[in-house]
Design a protein around this ligand. Structure first.
Ligand code: ZN
Ligand code: ZN
Length: 825
């Protein structure tokens, strides 16, 4: 055998796998399927270590499941629309498509160099017309089902990106992409009606047994279901009503003011003939320019302005002041919030700041609250109602029911379930996305582009300039069209879709990527999907993972798929850190996958990244660790080289009873390892401990490296198993060893090794138990166990227990595999 040379071995097998298309998968209803999927990347141009980690995990599963006899689908593609391509066009004058496709080519090459077992025939790129045709088709499906609509609303606007954002894309008041502050703008935009599915998206979280609890909790909080009362308060001076929603109907007798959002639809009416109109308008404008974070965070200053108008509390007829505030947002609830300072800390702070009235309506059972002694709101949900008419004296639960019954009976209120989740804003004023397939006709109004005219292609005659709005709107050839209904001149919609739409269904397209009649064939999608194991970063916990669940449910209701959840199991891998922080260009702590591959090979990179930490934890990069992984692979190579002749000559079937005790012990380690590695991969994703068991097995094998008499059949059995167990982690070196030493087919198509349970039982030996040097009993213990384990076994013996009862054990002398002498007094 030649010296281990990862670079030449890896290149050789990669071209062979590619040429022979060995990872191509076809539907086979006779075989159980397994769908292993890593989140597809944005084509930024280069893979980083986070990608390497993500893909290595998915590849281990795909290869392992193949060896276990599953028909495995393991596809890859690109989430290829998005802003960076457009920014590159503005900066460097390169076409977004050219920039994107050349980045994809580079990343595909890097993925091949990682030795990943993708079926490239299934690859998709969301920016390709044969993909976005179906994205548009699906938009129209949603439209026809009443789930896509256009409305004017206060929406999130990122000045830096020059486009609107969905609520999910505003992270702590900032843009998810560029971290700029997000402001509100009143615009007419397209929405998908995800709120219609709020209840089922929440309920079905229970089906997701294979998802991390943390992700489910994040989705649950995002959906934010609450039960409460919606009721209306008259505003006699305007002849209007204002609706308010509360989850604490028991507090309604304590209302002293009503807080409106700066965007509340009644603001203009309030300003009419109002001496404070200018002041109110200025206040609203200022609030609208504050970020959501500034307005709602518990630390930020709550501000307001009294409108001079009053609303009537329908429960007791009290006049309550109407204020416009910066902390109420239009899109939550009704945009009007009741102010109950005695029982809500935010209201307390607001009321004391502006000197508003406070009424105590709840008294704790163990003490009496006095207004003049209170320094904060009483927020505990326990006590007895006071100052609450017929509900005084009741506990909270009884009062809630009674008060809601009263509102419903008297017709001014209704029980209502409320969600924090809002409809998904999907229009973007950008070029590099799927055009929304809608036409506006002056006579016929909003019309869908006929199906046979899809895709609505992105035009080429577009200029990209800094600060320019909506590039599509500037393309005459794109905008001007004819109405599909009356044939007269019409205009095209110039917004494109949020790229999160493209990624909400790509995993379904993989099952039938070349279909030009439909997004996918029903039989194919139902054979391959749902995804059995999905792997990606925790940052997608709400955005992509919630949107994909929504899409799947709509497609199920449309009869296109038979399942209701897209991802049966989810694994969120940890980050790759260096010197304690995330690798990033700005920190200058980036290690590029290409460097590591050039120096050590892809097998080493994969092995290190899977060995260095449990998959769901953050991993600290270590050059030492990489070198260690490389040394281990060389060790595997050398031991196989040492035993080359025995491995080749050995028999697969042989009589194990003829093995010596030492050989039996090696075989015991082998089968214990097979069992552990199998369980670690299959049940726990504990790839790091699986690899460390293989390392221990290799060490045990090394104890025989100078043995000239070791049983050749055992050598073959151990070697074959090591190659197979290591194959999912280090696919190239194992393929090479397999071809040199075993020679039939590819190791990746072999059957996964099976554990021989009988071989895992440790040999036993009889030892003597003595007390003060006198033999008292004999017991059987496993050979080679530690002194501590021997002591435990001795103390557990009934005879020893009887004879040492009430005495003090001074010390215990253990002679391994022979005796334990207990000295007592
Ligand atoms: Zn932005
Ligand atoms: Zn028309």
């Amino acid at each position: 055998m030649e010296k281990y040379s990862p670079q030449s071995i890896e290149k050789k097998w990669q071209s062979k796998w590619l040429a022979e298309n060995v990872y191509k998968t076809e539907m086979d209803p006779e075989k159980p399927k397994y769908y292993s999927l890593e989140m597809f990347p944005y084509p930024s141009g280069n893979l980083h270590m986070g990608h390497v980690r993500n893909y290595s995990i998915g590849d281990v599963l795909a290869r392992y499941k193949t060896m276990e006899g599953f028909n495995v689908i393991h596809p890859m593609g690109f989430d290829a629309f998005g802003m960076p391509a457009e920014n590159a066009a503005i900066k460097h004058g390169v076409k977004p498509s050219d920039w994107t496709y050349s980045n994809m080519d580079n990343m595909k090459r890097q993925q091949r160099e990682m030795g990943l077992s993708y079926d490239w025939d299934r690859a998709v790129a969301t920016c390709s017309p044969d993909y976005y045709r179906w994205t548009q088709w699906l938009f129209q499906l949603f439209y026809k089902r009443g789930l896509a609509y256009k409305k004017k609303a206060y929406v999130n606007w990122c000045e830096t990106c020059g486009t609107v954002l969905a609520n999910e894309q505003v992270i702590e008041g900032k843009c998810w992409r560029c971290d700029s502050d997000v402001v509100k703008k009143d615009l007419s935009q397209w929405f998908l009606k995800i709120t219609d599915y709020a209840d089922v998206l929440l309920k079905d979280l229970d089906l997701l047994k294979g998802w991390p609890e943390r992700v489910k909790i994040m989705q649950e909080n995002w959906i934010g279901r609450s039960e409460g009362l919606e009721f209306s308060l008259d505003v006699p001076e305007l002849g209007e009503k204002i609706a308010a929603y509360t989850t604490r109907p028991d507090t309604v007798y304590g209302i002293t003011f009503l807080a409106l959002a700066a965007e509340h639809p009644l603001i203009e009416r309030i300003c009419q003939n109002n001496p404070k109109a200018e002041e109110i308008r200025a206040f609203c404008k200022k609030a609208q320019n504050q970020s959501e974070m500034e307005r709602t965070s518990s630390e930020s200053e709550k501000e307001g302005i009294f409108t001079g108008l009053y609303a009537i509390n329908p429960f007791n007829g009290n006049k309550v002041e109407i204020w416009v505030t910066n902390y109420v947002l239009a899109e939550y609830g009704t945009g009007a919030v009741i102010g109950v300072p005695s029982e809500d800390q935010r209201d307390w702070m607001f009321a004391t700041k502006y000197n508003l009235n406070i009424i105590i309506t709840l008294q704790p059972k163990d003490r009496e609250l006095k207004l003049e002694e209170m320094t904060e709101a009483y927020v505990d949900k326990a006590g007895v109602l006071v100052n609450s008419a017929e509900f005084s004296g009741m506990d909270i639960k009884a009062a809630m029911k009674g008060i809601m019954d009263k509102a419903e009976a008297e017709g001014f209120g209704k029980r209502r379930v409320n969600y924090r989740l809002r409809d998904w804003l999907i229009s973007r004023q950008r070029y590099w996305g799927a055009p929304i397939p809608v036409i506006y006709c002056p006579d016929c109004g909003e019309q869908l582009v006929p199906e046979d005219q899809l895709p609505v292609m992105l035009p080429e005659d577009v200029k990209f300039e800094q600060g320019a709005v909506s590039p599509l709107a500037q393309s005459e050839s794109f905008v001007n069209c004819t109405c599909p209904k009356c044939g007269k001149p019409a205009r095209r919609e110039t917004d494109t879709m949020d790229t999160f739409i493209c990624s909400s269904w790509y995993y379904l397209r993989y099952t039938d990527p070349h279909n030009d009649k439909l997004p996918f064939d029903k039989d194919k999608v139902n054979y391959w999907a749902p995804v059995d194991q999905y792997i990606g970063g925790i940052e997608h916990a709400i955005l992509h993972l919630l949107y994909s669940r929504f899409f799947t449910k709509v497609l199920r209701d449309a009869g296109m798929v038979d399942f209701s959840e897209p991802f049966t199991n989810l694994l969120t891998q940890g980050m790759v850190l260096k010197d304690g922080s995330k690798m990033s260009k700005s920190k200058g702590n980036v290690v590029s996958p290409e460097e590591i591959i050039a120096q050590y090979g892809a097998d080493t990179a994969r092995l290190f990244i899977l060995f260095a930490a449990p998959v769901d934890r953050d991993l600290d990069w270590s050059d030492e660790g990489v070198a260690g992984a490389s040394r281990f692979l060389k060790r595997v190579w050398r031991i196989m080289e040492t035993f080359e002749a025995q491995i080749k000559a050995g028999q697969d079937e042989y009589d194990v009873s003829s093995l010596t005790e030492e050989e039996k012990e090696l075989r015991r380690v082998l089968h214990t390892t097979i069992k552990k590695v199998t369980e670690d991969i299959r049940d726990r994703f504990m790839f790091n401990t699986a690899i460390s068991s293989i390392m221990e097995l290799v060490n045990a094998f090394y104890a025989f490296q100078n043995s000239e008499t070791i049983n050749g059949n055992l050598v073959r059995e151990v070697s074959v198993a090591i190659i197979k167990l290591l194959a999912p982690f280090a696919p190239h070196i194992t393929e090479e060893l397999w071809s040199i030493l075993i020679g039939e087919g590819s190791v990746h198509q072999q059957k996964w090794p099976e554990c021989d349970e009988a071989a895992t039982v440790k040999a036993e030996v009889q030892i003597v138990l003595q007390i003060n040097g006198k033999v008292r009993d004999r017991i059987m213990i496993a050979t080679g166990i530690s002194r501590e384990e021997m002591e435990v076994a001795a103390k557990a013996n009934a005879c020893v227990q009887e004879l040492t009862a009430g005495k003090t054990i001074v010390k215990m002398i253990c002679v391994p595999d022979k005796l334990v002498n207990i000295v007592v007094k």
